[in-house]
Design a protein around this ligand. Sequence first.
Ligand code: NAD
Length: 465
Amino acid sequence: MLAMAEKPKPAVLLAGMASGPREVYESGRTKGMEWRQSQLRGLIRLLTDKEEEIFTVLYEDLGKHRGESFRDELGILVKSIKYTLQNLKKWMAPEKAESPLVAFPATAMAVPEPLGVVLIYSCWNLPLGLALEPLSGAIAAGNAVVLKPSELAPSTAAFLAANIPKYLDSRAVKVVLGGPSVGEELMEHRWDKVLFTGSARVGRIIMAKAVKHLTPVALELGSKCPCIVDWLGSKRDRQIAVNRIIGAKWSTCAGQACIAIDHVIVEERFAPILIELLKSTLKRFLAKPGGMARILNAKHFERLSGYLEDNGVAASVVHGGDIDPKTLSIEPTILLNPPVDSDVMNEEIFGPILPIITVKKTEDCIAYLKSKPKPLAIYAFTNNESLKRRIVEETSSGSVTFNDAVVQYALESVPFGGVGHSGFGQYHGKYSFELFSHKKAVFKRSFLIEFMFRYPPWDESKIGT
Ligand code: NAD
């Protein structure tokens, strides 16, 4: 499968990938509601018919347990596509707008139209979800689509390439396999929108190449997502907070997720309580083998184990820290106040290491958050309404979630995406439809009334005050 995913594609074949779907788009086939609905239904059929195969490929690529795969990828996708199907007619309808009295009688509307041919690059950590969630939005908006899955999740990429043509309109929706060179070559062609999910480094390459054809891009990038844990008085609240922190760190692709909790910020007096509770709950949650996905590959293993070897970091380990280069495994690891200039405190961790940073008072976190680049998500476990208000009003991030983490990804009702260095362009639910549509202003007038004051010859009486 790896060989298949990395096989180089001649430029001429990639040119066909761009021109074939464009021909279909130009024919008008993808624009009608029926085509869109049939494709969305095809996606649901693919996800339900092939459930077992999906669990297998996600296990092969990332060692994900089927429970996690269902929760984070398959289940969310089916729910999201059904939601799109339920709402599609409403979203496609023209939006009536006000028109000025001087234009009476007239009607103004914003009419959504597809953009054309959309290119989607997906990432390896949610290799099914990050491919099919935007794909479903692009189809719902009436576009032809080319999908380039990540070569780093080769089994899922091969699964998508083999099955999408069987369940969807194979001339309008294409899958291209390959790595960076294929990714770069694709950007030589004209697209009407590119949605890229991945690193800021590659995001910059995509954006620079998009200039050639003035292609609009949406970049879904990463960041260090902080999680504030306020003093929680009730034992029950503390336990729920800890369950959810573990869920959003070690049980979400072993922390290899753009919205996984990167680090925790907590009041000094609460840190020992939090750490003890994290340790005992981790023991329970991960008692059976297979509870945590695996580290993607040796390169990521080395990056992550390098964080633990960085100057002064080893001394901050309060839980875990064991690594095994043979199995590429890294124990769930907790650090307490690692050096502020260490790599683990300055790079996106994207793995099972959790630094805990202490502050004198929880409110001090506001200054800390404001001093950092805008993340994809900010999390806070707190019952303090004033703190919640301050986080929403005084800080900036793609999303804010209180008393939970990562679950915002499963909501269709709010936009998903970054801001500043965590990216731009929002999708999910109606926001996907809007991302992949153009809202065309349509203004209709009649010949009934004509005001001559809008034409020359000019005189003072025509200038209304
Ligand atoms: P990456 O940036 O290397 O790859 C992403 C995609 O780009 C893949 O399809 C890959 O084949 C392609 N690609 C790689 N090099 C390319 C090139 N030179 N030209 C064109 N295409 C190229 O992926 P990564 O660094 O392993 O991803 C991890 C990052 O992605 C993290 O920062 C993470 O936070 C972020 N991420 C963001 C989201 C989100 O929704 N915001 C989701 C998942 C991951």
